[in-house]
Design a protein around this ligand. Structure first.
Ligand SMILES: *[C@@H]1O[C@H](CO)[C@@H](O)[C@H](O)[C@H]1NC(C)=O
Ligand SMILES: *[C@@H]1O[C@H](CO)[C@@H](O)[C@H](O)[C@H]1NC(C)=O
Ligand SMILES: *[C@@H]1O[C@H](CO)[C@@H](O)[C@H](O)[C@H]1NC(C)=O
Length: 588
């Protein structure tokens, strides 16, 4: 096992080189952002800015060059980010006291699709105590006007709070008490907003899941209608926007940790990670979380959505809380009903109501757009661009693979029934009436199409079923072992992260079609990006009840009281669920 781990690591380290923002080796003189990491902040009087400036001057030769090159001087640990040539990188690497020179690189959000909604019943930690707890999130920003972030009933921020709210057109209140943003490469693409405001939706989801206020009557087109709320609705939120449409830069992530420590957050929630396993001293989350821990702050992080393969876990440093995603007792389904009365239940968060009206049903293979170069072999999967709109218009199309529905939608189809056995434990939402059935049911539908003169069908509005198997860890949730230290057990815990109702940015698409023009305030979504803030909320809940507990004590309380999940449902046992499902009320 150790050997496999090492080999995986070596492979990933090689691939990692390809991810660097600075991998253009051709131009050695060009200055690129690097992090020079030197460990703890020295004891006693220490001016980070002055120290880093003089170190830079000693290598770059001139004080003015040093000034130009410096991007961040981190103050709560000894490190800085600066634009350096390869020769300068070499000099710093050989310098006494330098642990690592880390090229700026891109980390990614841990979302396949997510959500939120919480299982904590009316909490017995008083609102006043909750209000003393601040959760800092490193994410895509937040939508400050969202109903989930109204501050009714909340007093002024706790006196320890030193954070701030920066950026145009972004206002904090007594719920969102901090908002900062970081973009060291100055890369802004279409849709990126230069403020802590969220255009992607991810940060709005994670924040509302951890600490959103109670909002009754929240739903996704009537589905999952109920009260949406965070794990600890009385807690405060501080947003550190480090992720943009290109991803999340390492130097920015460290800057956010540095500020969060100084601002006075209690818990840090990070639903993003490296794309490949890297050693702890190259991983900005591992480094940031390490120093946060020394200042008494626990970092809760997502395990990643690269499961079910072994060694797929991200954020595996021993001092972070690593969270898997598991199901709740609710499943989203939509029925396909044929003209002969046969009905098939499929997975889908179907927001479209056809009022049981039937439409002609065709097989995707019979509707290839030959002039677009498509054939029956492509159009039977209903791949985007492969469909002939003359054949598809106004019809329901049967497709032989799970797809996002845009193939049928763009050819003016009415709806789609997709047969696929790959994904069976969570549902997607689509831009048109759609459902995903098993391949064996698919054969029955194909048979009906072939043997019937005028085959017709309809797709019913989505509904929810009780899932008696819950909780179990979902297929996409990343698995241990720990890829760099296989003898240290990871993951730590699992928390709800499948088909969860969560706050949504009104300018983010409401289905898996990125061009879906509809706008919603709540959505239903899956991912470890969503289970992580559940655990962050639970950690904040413990911290509110026991302000003097160390990060290790909070983590221990959560792990030792976790509800044991059924090992028979998990081939990979603890590598899937760690110590079990969070149980916040037991933890306090
Ligand atoms: C501020 O943001 C809101 C929400 O996107 C937008 O409607 C408004 O026009 C913005 N105002 C300015 C001055 O940019
Ligand atoms: C949600 O439920 C509430 C209370 O039962 C009801 O008044 C409301 O109309 C429902 N909303 C939707 C969109 O179905
Ligand atoms: C076939 O594909 C071409 C190229 O994408 C497109 O322009 C055309 O409208 C399509 N034809 C039909 C009937 O869908």
């Amino acid at each position: 096992m150790v050997k496999t781990g090492l080999m995986t690591w070596l492979l990933y380290s090689t691939l990692f080189a390809a991810l660097l923002l600075n991998s253009d080796a051709a131009n050695a003189d060009e200055r690129k952002v690097h992090i020079v990491y030197m460990g703890d902040r020295p004891k006693g009087d220490f001016s980070a800015k002055a120290t880093h400036h003089s170190l830079l001057t000693s290598v770059l030769g001139r004080s003015s060059s040093a000034q130009e090159s410096l991007v961040y001087s981190y103050g709560n640990f000894n490190a800085f980010a600066a634009k350096l040539t390869e020769e300068e990188v070499q000099k710093f690497s050989e310098m006494d006291g330098v642990v690592r020179v880390i090229p700026n690189h891109i980390l990614k959000l841990h979302t396949t699709r997510s959500w939120d909604f919480l299982g904590l019943s009316q909490s017995n930690v008083g609102a006043q105590l909750q209000g003393d707890v601040v959760i800092g999130l490193l994410d895509t920003g937040i939508w400050p006007e969202h109903e989930s972030f109204n501050d009714q009933g909340l007093g002024a921020p706790p006196s320890k709070w030193k954070g701030t709210c920066q950026g145009a057109n972004f206002t904090c209140n007594n719920k969102i008490i901090g908002g900062r943003y970081y973009n060291s490469e100055n890369w802004y693409y279409e849709g990126d907003l230069e403020s802590p405001r969220d255009s992607e939706g991810h940060g709005t989801r994670t924040s509302s899941t951890a600490a959103g206020d109670r909002v009754p009557g929240a739903s996704y087109y009537g589905l999952a209608n109920g009260t949406a709320r965070g794990g600890i609705p009385g807690a405060r939120i501080a947003m550190y926007k480090v992720c943009w449409s290109f991803g999340c830069g390492a130097a920015d992530i460290l800057a956010a940790f540095d500020d969060a420590i100084a601002d006075g957050v209690d818990i840090i929630s990070v639903s993003l990670g490296s794309v490949f396993p890297v050693p702890y001293d190259v991983d900005p989350i591992a480094i940031g979380a390490f120093h946060a821990m020394k200042y008494g702050i626990l970092t809760s992080s997502s395990a990643g959505n690269s499961g079910p393969w072994p060694y797929s876990v991200s954020n595996y440093a021993p001092w972070t809380l690593t969270v898997a995603a598991s199901t709740i007792d609710r499943k989203f389904v939509a029925k396909a009903v044929l003209g002969n009365g046969q009905a098939f239940t499929g997975l889908s968060i179907n927001s479209f109501e056809l009022y049981r009206k039937t439409y002609p049903l065709i097989w995707g293979g019979d509707s290839a757009n030959y002039s677009a170069g498509a054939s029956q072999d492509l159009s039977k999967y209903c791949i985007t661009g492969s469909m002939n709109s003359y054949k598809v218009e106004g019809k329901i199309v049967f497709c032989e693979v799970l797809w996002d529905g845009t193939g049928v939608l763009l050819a003016n189809g009415m709806g789609t029934i997709m047969a696929d056995d790959e994904i069976t434990d969570f549902a997607f939402n689509y831009p048109l009436p759609a459902t995903q059935i098993s391949t064996s049911d698919g054969e029955k539908i194909l048979d009906y199409i072939k043997t019937t003169e005028n085959p017709i069908a309809t797709i019913l509005l989505g509904e929810t079923l009780t899932d008696y198997m819950a909780p179990y860890v979902v297929s996409f949730s990343s698995r241990g072992p720990n890829p760099v230290a296989p003898d240290i057990l990871k993951l730590d815990l699992t928390a709800p992260g499948v088909d969860i109702l969560t706050a949504w940015s009104p300018i983010a698409p409401p289905s898996i079609d990125w061009e879906d023009p509809r706008s919603v305030d709540y959505n239903i979504i899956s991912g470890t990006s969503m289970s992580c803030p559940h655990a962050s909320g639970a950690a904040a809940y413990v911290k509110a009840a026991h302000p003097d507990w160390s990060p290790a004590a909070v983590k221990s309380a959560l792990m030792t009281t976790a509800t044991v999940v059924d090992p028979n449902k998990h081939e990979d046992l603890e590598f899937a669920y760690g110590s079990g499902q969070i149980n916040p009320t037991q933890a306090i």
